[in-house]
Design a protein. Structure first.
Ligand code: AHG
Ligand code: MN
Ligand code: MN
Ligand code: MN
Length: 325
């Protein structure tokens, strides 16, 4: 089976980017190990602190953040970091050529129940003019990413990665510590009969989203003329992994509860990397008013609505917006 290195070389990734990705993955392997130790290593449970977004931090949020931050800072390849668990940009090497954004632990609420969690990341070029503590260089659209992916800490530890030449999925071989290419160049089916949404938020959605989901739920007897199944992992990394493997549509849509939070998921380190992976696998990733990858961020923790997955189903969902106009 092909190793990560040879696939990255085949995809034309520059040497420094390959080295950076390998450094980041060394951190993820350490997280994978800590996660697998669970209660034995005392890593479960909450801390007394909150992150900048008002979420109580789990111990694993903090541990994973430290592992990735320290690993990337020491590498020298990175000029600055933005993370879900850091209020501000973290300055690294002033000579570093890359910017890395990450969600160190996605699906924190799943840590206590030994369910799916992961790390999501994106990598962009650091502009020459940038000072390492200047957040403005992070405010570039997702189309500027040079690589993005996630590591899923499930029954197997898996990596989904794109450098803009398709999306490849690798499995960590824990006997020698290497990621082996198990699912090359995956293609998401264009049609699906599976959807993912936290339906407990239904009353806060826009009328178009309410109408779309109502038609999915109506099944064979409704206007869609077929039955749909529903799945919700409560970790985006798990839901998107399922979509990449067998198709589907995932939505964390516009929510009218708080005008400062148009959706729940964060653009830089959740929506953008998943959008890049999905588009590279032939799927779509939209906000409801445009492509996720074209959103110009205004701040590093910005949230966006997400409608991601099988192409035809995403288009179908968006057509309800057009009908509502
Ligand atoms: P995080 O654990 O990094 O804060 O992210 C959680 C996100 C995302 O992974 C998931 O899809 C969603 O929140 C779950 O939200 P609900 O609490 O509405 O299920
Ligand atoms: Mn969180
Ligand atoms: Mn997350
Ligand atoms: Mn997180």
């Amino acid at each position: 089976m092909k190793r990560l290195n040879s696939q990255l070389q085949q995809d034309g990734a520059p040497l420094e980017l390959i080295l950076l990705i390998r450094t980041l993955l060394a951190g993820c392997k350490e997280i994978s190990f800590r996660v697998s130790q669970g209660a034995l290593a005392g890593v479960l449970g909450s801390t007394l602190s909150e992150n900048v977004q008002g979420e109580t931090q789990k111990k694993l949020d903090v541990i994973s953040n430290h592992i990735l931050k320290d690993t990337l800072r020491e590498s020298g390849y990175v000029k600055a970091i933005s993370s879900e668990e850091e209020d501000d940009v973290v300055p690294c090497n002033p000579e570093g050529n890359y910017l890395v954004s990450f969600d160190p632990l996605d699906g924190s609420s799943n840590t206590e129940i030994n369910s799916l969690i992961g790390t999501i990341f994106s990598i962009a070029h650091a502009p020459q003019w940038m000072k390492p503590d200047d957040p403005s260089a992070f405010l570039q659209p997702g189309t500027q990413m040079v690589a993005a992916g996630y590591v899923l800490y499930g029954p197997s530890t898996m990596l989904a990665l794109t450098t803009g030449r398709g999306t490849h999925i690798y499995t960590l071989d824990k006997t020698h510590g290497g990621f082996l290419l198990t699912h090359p160049n995956i293609q998401v089916p264009e049609q699906t009969s599976e959807f993912s949404i936290n339906a407990s938020n239904q009353r806060h959605w826009e009328p178009a989203m309410q109408a779309y989901v109502a038609d999915l739920l109506a099944g064979k007897e409704g206007p869609r003329g077929k039955d749909f199944n529903m799945r919700w992992v409560a970790a985006m990394v798990g839901d998107i992994h399922r979509l990449l493997c067998r198709g589907g549509i995932f939505m964390y849509p516009f929510d009218n509860r708080d005008p400062s939070k148009p959706g729940k998921l964060r653009l830089l380190y959740e929506a953008n990397p998943m959008a890049f992976l999905m588009e590279q696998a032939g799927g779509k990733a939209e906000t409801g008013t445009g492509r996720i990858l074209e959103v110009m961020p205004e701040e590093i923790h910005q949230r966006v609505p997400c409608i991601i997955g099988s192409k035809d189903e995403v288009d179908m969902c968006l057509s309800y917006n057009d009908n509502a106009k």
